[in-house]
Design a protein around this ligand. Structure first.
Ligand code: ATR
Length: 279
């Protein structure tokens, strides 16, 4: 692809952003479809996020992904947010239509589409979600959207889990009947009740991180997802116990695929995107 005066610019806002794999697989997708566009990393300091959002209008950047730590902070500077953003309260995708900026969240979709590769039917399933931060909010939105039957929401700070439930119950009255807040200590006791286990915390990123619960209690009837981009101790144990398991890459690819579709209106070449980052 030759760059010229018509090349469209897309990118990602993050801090740090160097580790991001989005430029690699988004660029591969543009090239595969012959779209004259680039996708570049923008390292944006937290205090500069308002100026960075304004730069989208000034420079006519057509769209960006937004990652840590900006997902919540971009919201006040957009013209419009989509329905899921109102619930999740985080934006990971911005589309620029002649200076009019619309914020979307495709993380929930990314999680669900990735999960479907190993659990095709989520309706009615009993789930343990560990963590109550931004990623957890998107994942819970997705699980509710798919009709999950019951969700145990375990968090180190139980108050934060309770706050999430309170917040979601403003949108879906049924939430308080479906989602139950528990402490990390209570996980061992309920593990037999759930079919799906999802870790949304950063625990496991480092080799010497402790187990969040007793991983020996995992069995072959469990499906285990860790949204960290590697085979964590949790996933190694799931493998050892013959449980189905998945790391964070499918979620990453499918959230990016949805962003690509929002920007271009074209189906994303999933296999090309996966291949670009070797997953
Ligand atoms: P993200 O956007 O990735 O979800 P976040 O909003 O900062 O990040 O949320 C981090 C989550 O990981 C929280 O649920 C946090 O628990 P607290 O609410 O108690 O802080 C959880 N977390 C982070 N480090 C943890 C640790 N060492 N042990 C247990 N939970 C941890």
């Amino acid at each position: 692809m030759t760059l010229d005066g018509n090349t469209l610019v897309y990118g990602i806002f993050g801090y740090p952003v160097k580790h991001s794999k989005s430029p690699t697989f988004q660029t591969a997708a543009f090239q595969h479809l012959g779209i004259n566009a680039v996708y570049v990393p923008f390292q944006v300091k937290p205090e500069d996020i308002e100026k960075a959002v304004e730069s989208l209008r000034v420079l006519d950047i057509k769209g960006v992904n937004v990652t840590i730590p900006h997902k919540e902070n971009v919201i006040p500077y957009l013209n419009e947010i989509s329905e899921e953003v109102k619930v999740i309260k985080a934006v990971n995708t911005i589309k620029n239509i002649d200076g009019y900026l619309i914020g979307y969240n495709t993380d929930w979709y990314g999680f669900i589409e990735g999960l479907k590769e190993i659990m095709p039917d989520i309706a009615g399933k009993r789930v343990l979600v560990i963590g109550a931060g931004g990623s957890s909010r998107a994942i819970i939105y997705g699980l509710l959207n798919q009709g999950a039957g019951k969700i145990y929401l375990a968090n180190r700070t139980i108050k934060r889990a309770e706050n999430l439930i309170e917040d979601f119950s403003n949108f879906y009255r049924i939430v308080k009947m479906i989602i139950k807040p528990i402490s990390l200590e209570e996980i061992n006791r309920i593990l037999n009740e759930v079919e799906l286990i999802v870790n949304t915390t950063s625990v496991g990123l480092n080799e010497d991180d402790p187990e969040i619960f007793d991983y020996n209690l995992i069995n072959s009837s469990h499906t285990v997802v860790d949204i960290i981009y590697k085979e964590t101790k949790l996933l190694q144990k799931a493998k050892e116990k013959n449980a189905k398991y998945q790391n964070g890459y499918p979620m990453l690819i499918y959230q990016g695929a949805k962003s690509f579709e929002i920007w271009t209106g074209k189906p994303a070449p999933i296999e090309v995107m996966k291949k670009a980052i070797g997953v």
